[in-house]
Write a protein that binds this ligand. Structure first.
Ligand SMILES: *Cc1c(COP(=O)(O)O)cnc(C)c1O
Length: 372
């Protein structure tokens, strides 16, 4: 974020309208245009949006929703909020995403929906998963938290979705501090989502004030307070202008990493899947040699001033999920133990990247061929 975002927030404060209002509407309109969908509905977070996506379709107690365990825990939590049970599926070893053979393995009589995640920005095999869900009359929700600007074939993620939800947490490529956006082509669902995010009100507070009259709202069903503020939307509008540039820059940096990693045999890096293009929200690598201790590699690199992160978590291993039985998930458990995330930011230079890969290489050498 820069001065333009700060100025946009200041302007919003001076406008006298800070809660969900005209800037949220404008952000929704511009976001829908960017993705190429009819409707975009802003919410307070992607987690809130995922919850609403299930709730609006009546998912609740007694239902099961298939989710990848290999994801940030919010994916699973959104299912738990509805009273339904998450059913954990394993993922493809190369992409880290759900695939059809896994869905077949975990499908059960109570399965009502699938929540597919475009993990770390890598697009999932949507055509196959959509066809599989359609044949079984199952709802498909896309957790596109990480996937703004990623493409399935040549289309932006979200453009052909029944319902996809993006995150604007600072960890993601476009940020509003906190926030999320749901996209859909159904205006019927969009109308209901707009009511549900605002206490189930028939008329939004912004419209009520704008009418200048004495419109009285009705409460049609039990809703939630999942609104985005106009201050956040003002930031989002500025950020949206930059998104193509951000994605292009990240793909350039990833290409440099791939070139530098060519010589490191024991390291496999995330890359574009055959079905599309990732935005490289996170550049993760798998340490393929079992002799290498990931913790040691991370501390070795930290000593050289390079901050890394453990790879993507596995929800089924956390105590928060212990009441939900899980089939064995060998790929998830392997990836969560053996992957780590390298630094990737727009201002990074090729020298920075050489420095990172040199440190990684030295860390591996030290462990595999220790000087006696
Ligand atoms: C970040 C993230 C979320 C949560 O997004 P919030 O906007 O922070 O609620 C959900 N799913 C995945 C895969 C994420 O990476």
């Amino acid at each position: 974020m820069g001065d333009a975002e700060a100025q946009a927030v200041a302007n919003t404060i001076h406008s006298g309208w800070v809660a969900q209002g005209p800037r949220v509407s404008e952000f929704e309109k511009k976001f829908a245009e960017y993705i190429g969908v009819n409707e975009a509905i802003a919410v307070s977070s992607c987690t809130a949006g995922l919850h609403l996506a299930l709730h609006v379709h009546g998912i609740g107690p007694g239902d099961e929703v298939i989710v990848p365990s290999f994801s940030f825990i919010a994916t699973t939590n959104s299912v738990i909020y509805t009273g339904a049970s998450p059913v954990f599926a394993d993922v493809d070893e190369v992409t880290g995403n759900l695939d059809v053979p896994e869905l077949d393995r975990v499908l059960g009589p109570q399965t009502k929906a699938v929540m597919v995640v475009h993990q770390a920005g890598v697009p999932a095999e949507l055509n196959q998963i959509r066809a599989w869900c359609k044949a079984r009359d199952l709802l498909l929700i896309e957790d596109a938290a990480c996937a703004i600007g990623s493409r399935y074939e040549s289309s932006l993620i979200g453009s052909d979705s029944h319902l996809a939800v993006f995150s604007f947490h600072p960890r993601k490529l476009l940020t509003t501090g906190e926030g999320g956006m749901m996209v859909t082509d159904s205006s019927e669902i969009a109308t209901r989502l707009r009511q549900l995010r605002e206490h189930g009100m028939s008329v939004s507070a912004a419209d009520r004030h704008a009418s200048g009259g004495t419109t009285v709202e009705a409460y049609l069903e039990t809703g939630f307070n999942y609104r985005m503020t106009d201050m956040q939307a003002a930031v989002g509008l500025v950020q949206l202008e930059k998104i193509d540039r951000i994605v292009r820059r990240r793909r350039e940096l990833a290409e440099t990493y791939h070139r530098l990693l060519d010589d490191l045999d024991a390291v496999r890096a995330v890359t574009d899947p055959t079905c599309g293009a990732t935005n490289y929200q996170s550049f993760w690598v798998e340490l393929q040699d079992d002799m290498v201790d990931r913790g040691h590699v991370m501390s070795f690199m930290a000593e050289r001033g390079i901050s890394t992160r453990r790879g993507i978590m596995a929800a089924h291993l956390e105590s928060a999920c212990s009441q939900f039985a899980s089939k064995p998930l060998p790929v998830t458990e392997h990836l969560t133990r053996r992957t780590m995330i390298l630094p990737l930011y727009h201002q990074m230079t090729s020298d920075d990247q050489v420095h990172v890969i040199q440190a990684l290489s030295d860390a591996l050498t030290e462990q595999l061929w220790p000087k006696s």
